[in-house]
Design a protein around this ligand. Structure first.
Ligand SMILES: [Zn+2]
Length: 90
């Protein structure tokens, strides 16, 4: 019984470490800020006029939390700001 509990706890730590590693790479300033009226956007590291195969990454969907007003892409560190949201100061 005890062994099973310990095993589960160890398993929980693995994703936590991965999250920490990701967070560390996001302490750098975002290289790009993109304003969007949508709360759900896809990012693959490229974009209109910005296509650069070297910067591309697998497409991920990002959801902007209306309370925060922005979302950061964990792959390319782009920041998507919800137009008219709390983080939109433009
Ligand atoms: Zn991205």
């Amino acid at each position: 019984m005890l062994n099973q509990v310990q095993h589960d706890e160890a398993g929980d730590r693995l994703p936590s470490l991965a999250t920490l590693a990701k967070g560390a790479s996001m302490t750098q300033p975002a290289p790009e800020t993109i304003r969007t009226p949508k709360t759900r956007i896809a990012c693959d590291g490229t974009g209109d006029g910005l296509a650069n195969a070297a910067l591309g990454h697998p497409r991920v969907w990002l959801e902007i939390d209306p309370d925060e007003g922005f979302a950061d892409c964990g792959y390319c560190d782009r920041r998507f700001i919800l137009t008219g949201g709390v983080a939109d100061h433009g």
